[in-house]
Design a binder for this molecule. Structure first.
Ligand SMILES: *[C@@H]1O[C@H](CO)[C@@H](O)[C@H](O)[C@H]1NC(C)=O
Ligand SMILES: *[C@@H]1O[C@H](CO)[C@@H](O)[C@H](O)[C@H]1NC(C)=O
Ligand SMILES: *[C@@H]1O[C@H](CO)[C@@H](O)[C@H](O)[C@H]1NC(C)=O
Ligand SMILES: *[C@@H]1O[C@H](CO)[C@@H](O)[C@H](O)[C@H]1NC(C)=O
Ligand SMILES: *[C@@H]1O[C@H](CO)[C@@H](O)[C@H](O)[C@H]1NC(C)=O
Ligand SMILES: *[C@@H]1O[C@H](CO)[C@@H](O)[C@H](O)[C@H]1NC(C)=O
Ligand SMILES: *[C@@H]1O[C@H](CO)[C@@H](O)[C@H](O)[C@H]1NC(C)=O
Length: 443
């Protein structure tokens, strides 16, 4: 407990120079399903949620995939408009693309918020830590701070680096996006219920606790808007729910990219109708759906991408997925994996969102909204032009579903400093977690 006590003394003396613009930090934990926030597993997030504006869940956009939703949150656009249709996909000449410049640049007018923020100038700087798409230039620009994806980098080091961007004397960041690859990575190989997955959920919570300690230590609680969110949920799959597509149509007659419950099929010349007919017949089993581009449901805001031209799109029903070669089916009885990518109406694909800090109401349960609405909210809170107002870039998200989380809308709360209750909540978390706490850096 000594380090925590010392920290409080240090706070009184420390003066951290930060941006004069509103300060926004967005943290994403990949595949953090909405129901993972539980007192026995994530005590720090439970406390933080009580100090936040937070819906019971946030709905992903379709397909409920990592690159898709992270790029949607950064651009305010649906997949069909920003062009990132999945983590792995076909390019224009039907070669496989995965995390390439081309994948994130279907349309060069699409610019993520970290670049836009810097375009506003006036001492604004962005920092992006491993967020999908962040190490590519957009219209020739990167953000001031970029940390490329590096799984070996310890999570507390990542937090320290984020804080160093915010505290930089010459170029203090006012907008930071950070991505953590768990619990997604572990859950894919062992399923939702396994202890290994739970360990990763706990690790995320301990990291949030470490971050809150740093924020408190730097005396940034009244300045920094902290948003903890995720991209999608997760589903567990057993062996009897694996679909082997090549038993319905010979894999010699098409090229295919499978990404779990989603598949892009590119039939060989002259084979489109036969492949489509065979898959459609097989789909009568009720385990998956088959779509020509024009049959894809409008509500997914996916079908109008020119990148789907000439393809057949397959989507498995909840709890089913397509076989692909990364799966290990040596032990069929014990086989259990995690996956996602389903219809975004599937509640297991729902994820978390909690926003705390000077801009947001505290202990406020919001109505659920979609991840496409995160972009207008971030633009607004960061003090940039709010989509929907004059001169702002057009986007698919709306402030209408998220505005009610803002503190300025609360009649009597406008000038009140962050509530005492909140400080006590965070302080209680510090004490409770003293056992796992690392010595705070700003001592
Ligand atoms: C598509 O990707 C392949 C590699 O998978 C590459 O060789 C090809 O140049 C790409 N095509 C286009 C049009 O970029
Ligand atoms: C990734 O992070 C580890 C640990 O911080 C570091 O040792 C390594 O050099 C990094 N790798 C790259 C490619 O930067
Ligand atoms: C489609 O199914 C029929 C009947 O099972 C089969 O004879 C044919 O080879 C299949 N077509 C392809 C492209 O695999
Ligand atoms: C087609 O499927 C067979 C049987 O599953 C497999 O052995 C073969 O490698 C596959 N070929 C291609 C091109 O995917
Ligand atoms: C596949 O699973 C089996 C049984 O669980 C295990 O012994 C084997 O090492 C695994 N293979 C790979 C390549 O992971
Ligand atoms: C949050 O609000 C609920 C009622 O809406 C109240 O019961 C609870 O004590 C509050 N929690 C905190 C930490 O303020
Ligand atoms: C999304 O926004 C883009 C850019 O303004 C627009 O072209 C597109 O029609 C919008 N999509 C929907 C579904 O409104």
């Amino acid at each position: 407990m000594l380090p925590a006590a010392l920290c409080v003394i240090a706070v009184a003396a420390s003066v951290t120079a930060v941006t004069r613009h509103p300060l926004v930090l967005v943290i994403s934990f990949d595949a953090f399903r909405h129901d993972y926030v539980r007192a026995n597993m994530t005590p720090s997030m439970v406390r933080l949620r009580a100090a936040s504006a937070s819906p019971p869940y946030m709905k992903s956009v379709f397909p409920t995939k990592t690159f898709v939703n992270h790029f949607t949150m950064a651009t305010g656009l649906y997949a069909e408009t920003h062009g990132v249709l999945d983590n792995y996909m076909f390019n224009r000449s039907h070669g496989l693309i995965h995390y390439t410049y081309e994948q994130f640049h279907y349309d060069n007018t699409v610019v993520p918020l970290w670049v836009e923020n810097e375009n506003y100038g006036d001492g604004r700087h962005s920092g992006v830590m491993m967020w999908p798409g962040s190490d590519f230039e957009y219209q020739g620009k990167l953000s001031t701070y970029v940390q490329k994806y590096n799984r070996s980098m310890p999570w507390n080091d990542r937090v320290d680096k984020i804080m160093s961007w915010i505290k930089d004397d010459n170029k203090p960041a006012n907008l930071v996006f950070a991505y953590f690859e768990e619990p997604d990575r572990t859950c894919h190989s062992v399923g939702v219920e396994s202890q290994e997955t739970i360990n990763q959920i706990v690790k995320a919570d301990v990291t949030v606790k470490y971050l809150l300690d740093q924020i408190k230590c730097e005396n940034l609680e009244k300045k920094l808007n902290l948003i903890i969110l995720s991209d999608h949920g997760m589903e567990s799959i057993t062996y009897d729910h694996i679909i082997f597509l090549e038993s319905y149509a010979s894999n010699m007659t098409y090229k295919m990219i499978v990404t779990g419950p989603n598949a892009f099929v590119y039939p060989n010349p002259g084979k489109f109708d036969e492949v489509y007919a065979n898959f459609t017949k097989a789909a009568e089993s009720g385990t998956f759906n088959v779509y020509k581009q024009d049959q894809i449901p409008e509500r997914w805001h996916f079908k109008n991408s020119p990148r789907l031209k000439g393809l057949i799109y397959l989507l498995a029903e909840p709890s089913y997925m397509f076989w692909y070669d990364i799966l290990n089916i040596t032990a069929k009885d014990e086989f259990k994996v995690g996956t996602h990518g389903y219809d975004n109406a599937n509640e297991r694909m729902n994820t978390i969102f909690m926003a705390s800090g000077p801009a947001f109401k505290s202990n406020y349960t919001a109505e659920p909204f979609e991840s496409v609405d995160v972009y207008p909210l971030l633009s607004h809170v960061a003090g940039l032009k709010t989509p929907g107002t004059a001169g702002a870039r057009p986007c698919n998200g709306t402030m209408d579903t998220v505005r009610h989380m803002l503190r300025q809308d609360a009649p009597s709360a406008a000038v009140r400093p962050p509530s005492r209750r909140r400080s006590q909540g965070v302080w209680a978390a510090v004490l409770l977690h003293a056992a796992v706490a690392t010595v705070t850096r700003c001592l």
